[in-house]
Design a protein around this ligand. Structure first.
Ligand code: ADP
Length: 421
């Protein structure tokens, strides 16, 4: 039995507890209810004492409550007792509210009662609800923003792609424009050079062709006068003059044609296996007709083998140009040395004369088109031969150099690669 002090202490706890306390009997009838519970449910003490506790519950617990107690008493299987759970309460004014319920079974001497502790969860629940709502709306906002952001990013990506495509297209157009501009400039430049060439040709032909043409005219007229049989020598002399004049004019024409073709990019190399020693012999023989009196060409052929894969026409042209210059710019009775040998992987062709030489200050311009040295002005020429030689050697991956001293002579050296094809 509790002492009266214990009873007082319990009474005070019951009266002043913040949570509600309800005592029911084994049939669910409310025996005691503290002020906190009374206040919570909105009833007066008198209105609830003696009535079934289910009046304070909302369905489904309300209708099932009697069954709960009976089942517990039969099976001793607790659903709430000693466990506690969250249930929904029903106030006098009909409103529902959540509370957590803890129930203890109290065994008195003659019977069993149940004490229920009621803790109002309305504030906590509504706070939770608000939090959830907030969370939800936050989630919604975040989702919305994320969607917007994704859309914006996608739009930007699309724009970026379009821009990149446009940049690429423009670059292509620009490149094409630059290429066609370049081609146009090149074509214009070519056209300009060709036009200059034509102009130069017309003025040069009208000047350079005059002398050989009048030589041809007079020699032809004179030849006609030598009617006697013993005048064959004189006839031959004039026939040779005619031949030389024609050869000279053909040379000029050929040089212009070669330059024109080179300029138009129409010259390509055509390799064939040739005998360089034989080719040299035939070039030298072909030049006998233009040798001055007592001039001679001495060939020193030191080639171990003379079969090479070369462009015959170009090599022939290079040799003819260098040798005819040597003949033209050196005096009667002089010797021209032509040396052939192989240095490493290259063929070396040297043409040495004892002629007028090239003034030192003019040597730098020697391979420029139309260039003629001051000391060569009273000797016929176009200033095209060496330029053509240089162009051919560029095509053949070869090179040319020279040493010369005015009044003493010149040596031109050509190197040709042997592994062209
Ligand atoms: P061309 O002989 O028709 O004038 P080239 O292009 O062959 O044209 O030669 C250019 C110039 O180089 C010549 O006008 C001459 O001044 C000089 N030259 C070329 N070869 C010799 C040489 N063997 N001796 C002296 N001068 C030369």
């Amino acid at each position: 039995m509790p002492s009266s002090e214990d009873a007082l202490r319990l009474q005070a706890m019951f009266e002043f507890a913040i949570d509600g306390i309800i005592v029911i009997n084994h049939r669910g009838i409310i025996e005691e209810i503290n002020p906190a519970a009374v206040k919570l449910f909105g009833y007066s003490t008198e209105e609830v004492i003696g009535r079934n506790v289910s009046m304070l519950m909302s369905n489904p617990h309300r209708d099932a409550h009697d069954g709960y107690i009976n089942r517990y008493q039969e099976t001793r299987k607790a659903r709430i007792i000693g466990i506690g759970r969250e249930v929904e309460g029903l106030k006098k004014d009909g409103t529902h509210f959540p509370f957590s319920l803890g129930v203890v079974e109290v065994k008195l001497q003659d019977r069993i009662i149940y004490t229920g502790f009621v803790h109002d969860l309305s504030t906590q629940k509504s706070a939770e609800k608000r939090m959830m709502e907030l969370n939800h709306s936050l989630e919604e906002i975040v989702e919305e923003r994320t969607n917007e952001l994704t859309k914006t990013v996608n739009r930007l990506l699309k724009v970026k792609k379009e821009l990149e495509h446009e940049v690429l297209e423009r670059k292509k157009a620009e490149d094409a424009l630059l290429a066609s501009e370049f081609e146009l400039k090149e074509a214009l430049q070519k056209e300009k050079v060709l036009n200059e060439l034509k102009t130069r040709f017309v003025s040069m032909a009208s000047h350079e062709f005059r002398t050989p043409l009048s030589t041809i005219m007079s020699s032809a007229a004179l030849t006609g006068r030598y009617e006697e049989g013993d005048q064959q020598d004189k006839r031959m002399k004039h026939i040779n003059r005619i031949k030389n004049s024609v050869q000279h004019m053909t040379g000029i024409l050929n040089d212009f044609l070669s330059i024109g073709k080179l300029e138009e990019g129409l010259v390509g190399i055509q390799l064939e296996v040739i005998d360089l020693s034989n080719l040299t012999q035939s070039v030298v023989e072909g030049l006998h007709g233009i040798l001055k009196s007592h001039q001679e060409i001495v060939i020193t052929d030191s080639l171990a083998t003379s079969s090479f894969s070369l462009d015959q026409k170009m090599v022939r042209n290079i040799m003819i140009n260098l040798l005819s210059n040597a003949i033209k710019y050196s005096p009667e009775g002089s010797t021209i040395q032509l040396r052939l040998d192989q240095v490493g992987e290259e063929i070396r062709i040297q043409v040495q004369d004892q002629g007028i030489g090239i003034p030192e200050e003019e040597q730098a311009h020697l391979f420029s088109r139309f260039f003629r040295a001051a000391n060569a002005m009273n000797i016929k020429g176009t200033g095209l031969g060496l330029n053509i030689v240089k162009s051919y050697l560029d095509l053949l991956n070869g090179r040319i150099s020279f040493v010369s001293k005015q009044g003493e002579g010149s040596t031109f050296t050509v190197y040709l690669p042997t592994d062209l094809g």
